[in-house]
Every structure is written in C-alpha cells, then in structure tokens.
Design a protein around this ligand. Structure first.
Ligand SMILES: [Zn+2]
Length: 212
C-alpha cells in the first residue's frame, strides 16, 4: 500500500479508496493494511459521513446536518459500529463469491431486513423531454445510512459476474474487474501494480546478473 495522496488521477478520494468499481467493494475497502497493520478508515461517525460524501451518497448539506444533529451521540457511534460489523460479514460473503462458494442465508436475511427497514427510494427526473430515474434515500437519522450500503450489497450479490470479482494479489483490497480483457490482478497500478512490476524487474536483473 502506498501513502494516501490526493489528486484528480488518484485512487484516493478524501483519503478513501474508490477503485472497487462497485460501491459494495469500495465499502469493504474502508479497512486496509498499511505496513502490516490494519487501518480502520471508519473509526467514528465523522469519518463515516466523510466516506458517504466521498462516495457521493450524501450532499455536503445532508452530511453537515447529520453531523450537527447526531455527531457526538452514542446512537451515531453505535451505528458506526453496526456498519463496521456488517462490513466484515459482507467481506466473508465477498470471499465466498470470489471462491465460487455460496452466500450464507443469514447474510441474505440480514440484507433483506435492512432494506425493509431502510429502503432506497426511486425518483423520476424530467429534463428537456427525456426522463431518467434515480435512487435516493432521505438521511434523517444515523440508521438511514444503512440504506445505500444494504442496497449495493444486495445488487452486488445478485448482479456481478463472479469471475470478475477479485482480491488484489498483493494486498487486502477487493475489486470488480471491468477491464476489456478481464485480466486485472491488482487493486491499482499506483498502489500495488507498480510495486510488483518493480520487484519483477529487479528479479529479472538479478537472474541476468547470475547468468553472466
Ligand atoms: Zn493491492
């Protein structure tokens, strides 16, 4: 893992990673390992709101309103902990998907219960004679943040091509391979790909030196 750096071409958005090509995987990737140590990117409600902002799931006004109303509350912190626990159960489900296994019935039931309690809503937009629909949710209380997480996890389990869901060869991050050839192996060139290439190059140089 490299150090978090900001920039328009960076995989880091507000020090979060968005390289999974699926919200459900970007959510998993909020816990990483740097220099051999687990790094929790969602330690508190403020961090969770910043991730929702970075993922474009909340407007800045909605995030500010939630922060102001619930920021220091035990209820918000409880939701953060529940969301992290959900993330780790989903991680097991994603490993199962990657390994060709099946997703546990308990996870399916949990997602269905969450989606019943915190549904995503649909909105019809009209613009210049064309119509589009979009999903939305009304974030009034901390528990509402479950809505897009449960929805994206359900869509992930139902919709993705399982052969294209992978863990990086080099680190703990997961991604959905949408490349044309379907041969993506690393979370990102910037974080792990280059490092592997450099290591392979050095190994070739050493092998060549031994042959001479
Ligand atoms: Zn990686």
């Amino acid at each position: 893992m490299g150090r978090p750096t900001a920039g328009p071409n960076s995989d880091w958005g507000d020090r979060f990673l968005f390289l999974g090509n699926h919200l459900a995987l970007d959510f998993l990737n909020t816990c990483l390992v740097q220099k051999g140590e687990a790094v929790e990117l969602l330690p508190d409600f403020d961090a969770l709101l910043r991730w929702f902002r970075a993922a474009d799931l909340l407007t800045s006004g909605e995030a500010a309103s939630l922060r102001q109303k619930w920021g220091a509350s035990a209820r918000a912190q409880h939701v953060v902990e529940a969301i992290r626990e959900l993330r780790e159960r989903l991680r097991k489900a994603v490993f199962a998907v990657e390994g060709g296994g099946t997703v546990h019935r308990a996870v399916i039931n949990e997602l269905n219960n969450l989606m019943a309690d915190h549904p995503m809503l649909i909105r019809l937009n009209a613009s210049g004679g064309t119509f589009t629909t979009e999903l939305w949710f009304a974030p009034g209380q901390p528990e509402d943040l479950f809505a897009p997480l449960a929805h994206s996890a359900a869509r992930f389990i139902a919709d993705v091509d399982r052969n294209r869901v992978r863990k990086c060869r080099q680190c703990v991050l997961h991604f959905y391979d949408i490349s044309k050839k379907g041969t993506r192996q690393w979370c990102s060139m910037q974080l792990c790909g280059n490092r592997l290439k450099v290591a392979a190059y050095a190994a070739r140089q050493r092998a060549r030196a031994r042959q001479q």
